[in-house]
Design a protein around this ligand. Structure first.
Ligand SMILES: Cc1cc2nc3c(=O)[nH]c(=O)nc-3n(C[C@H](O)[C@H](O)[C@H](O)COP(=O)(O)O)c2cc1C
Length: 213
């Protein structure tokens, strides 16, 4: 599939044709944001996923909400944005469990050093870390770390990453370049287009859960 061309059919005259030609149609992506400057890139990622036909549910940590407002993601996804474990959920389901059960893939982008440490240690003390723990065995987990180069190279961060990789978590990036702290180095969140391709390449290995896959 040529991912650069998928939008070419979006002007077809029936909405049915449009829907069937979107490469991520039927797939559910759970996108979680943690607190770093790169949160702004996740708005672009969300838009790209939605344009590719995915249903996107967004969850954010308190820190992520300091960098970008949930309203942006509500508008981009046309869905409520989850910011608390204690948000009311459907009476018959426990929100964090149903979100990971119905997701075809969970991605944390940007992923802070903090969330990587929590995931490596099995800590579930807020919505995003609880979602991450409940995603094991429910759906593939991607992380796109973003942080200052010293934080990235810090032994605890590298040890946490090794632990996560050994448990099947797929780590995407970071890249090298200009960092938010002003320096140049390794720690930039991967570009939304690259993440879209990686996510898409992974999810289409199986039919969407919504189709019984
Ligand atoms: C201006 C600013 C920028 C930050 N950028 C990052 C970052 O890019 N990566 C990171 O790991 N932490 C960053 N932090 C620190 C995290 O926000 C902090 O560790 C926080 O506790 C993360 O919480 P969360 O993982 O629950 O979102 C930044 C903090 C500030 C004040």
């Amino acid at each position: 599939m040529n991912w650069n061309d998928y939008g070419a059919n979006m002007n077809d005259d029936t909405s049915k044709t449009r829907k069937t030609k979107k490469p991520l149609g039927g797939y559910e992506i759970l996108l979680c944001l943690t607190g770093g400057i790169a949160c702004y890139k996740s708005a672009d990622l969300t838009s790209k996923l939605v344009q590719a036909g995915a249903g996107v549910s967004v969850a954010m940590t308190d820190s992520a909400c300091q960098f970008i407002r949930p309203l942006s993601f509500q508008a981009l996804t046309q869905r409520p944005v989850y910011t608390s474990l204690w948000q009311s959920s459907e009476a018959s389901s426990i929100g964090h469990l149903s979100l990971t059960e119905s997701a075809d893939l969970m991605i944390i982008a940007p992923a802070t050093a903090n969330i990587l440490a929590k995931m490596a240690g099995g800590i579930a003390d807020d919505l995003v870390s609880t979602l991450a723990l409940s995603a094991f065995g429910a759906c593939p987990i991607f992380v796109a770390p973003a942080m200052n180069e010293r934080m990235w190279n810090a032994p605890p961060t590298q040890e946490n990453l090794q632990r996560l990789k050994s448990r099947g978590v797929e780590v995407f990036g970071p890249g090298e370049g200009l960092l938010a702290c002003g320096g140049v180095g390794l720690g930039r969140m991967a570009e939304p287009k690259e993440i879209l391709h990686a996510v898409a390449g992974r999810v289409i290995l199986h039919p969407p859960k919504s189709a019984g896959g």
